[in-house]
Design a protein around this ligand. Sequence first.
Ligand code: IPE
Ligand code: IPE
Ligand code: MG
Length: 237
Amino acid sequence: MTMKNIPEHVAIIMDGNGRWAKNRNKPRFYGHKEGMKRVKEIVEASKEFGIKVLTLFAFSTENWERPKEEISFLMSLLKEYIKKEVKELKKNNIKLNFIGDLSKFPDDIKNLLNNSMEITSNCSDLMLNIALNYGGRADILQAVKRIVAEKIDEEKINEQLFSNFLYTKGIKDPDLLIRTSGEYRISNFLLWQIAYTELYITDTLWPDFDKNEFKKALEDFSKRERRFGKISEQINN
Ligand code: IPE
Ligand code: IPE
Ligand code: MG
């Protein structure tokens, strides 16, 4: 399928698993399980649509405040996803990358994350970033701390340099940010990186966000005029 104006980098706040389950009188974990199926579907669709980078918000720095049982369920789902999918990702030439403070995870998960990044390190059709223990503010703070620790000259500090200290080092800023479940907020996802990102919010809950819903978001994006502060006439010339 060919579509025009495909964004190079799409970021997604995958929200609404709990409500999806609640609507069906099921426990929250049932929604997370169904949501995992959409991750697989959206990753495959991204490659098919010709997107180059997909960044998924899977676990925020604030999500540690959830009930213990839910956190451990999410951790086991994460392990299951990686163990099941890493071979398939490599076969599909998809590079897996994790962003966030991974030091907080237990050793077995850390090893799994590092191994899966290693296995897919030479893949180049699509880069799949999964944000884990990620917070936009934490990202900015860790960058500041490292810049200070490296005693970088004040004159050398500019936007380009700063970007290269973030977890998203070397990755183009998102062109499109999608949030499912109808919440009009960023919830501490990429803050610095979304300065000029186009936003798309849908009421669809994440477990219902299938390839067709994704296509709708991309079609909406294709009609936007990104002006970056300029005027329309400058963009069209
Ligand atoms: C998103 O769904 C998944 C994670 C944050 C891990 P939620 O679990 O936030 O679902 P709702 O928002 O409660 O419906
Ligand atoms: C944002 O969803 C985090 C992820 C999707 C991982 P939340 O469900 O945690 O966001 P809030 O708390 O409703 O803003
Ligand atoms: Mg939520």
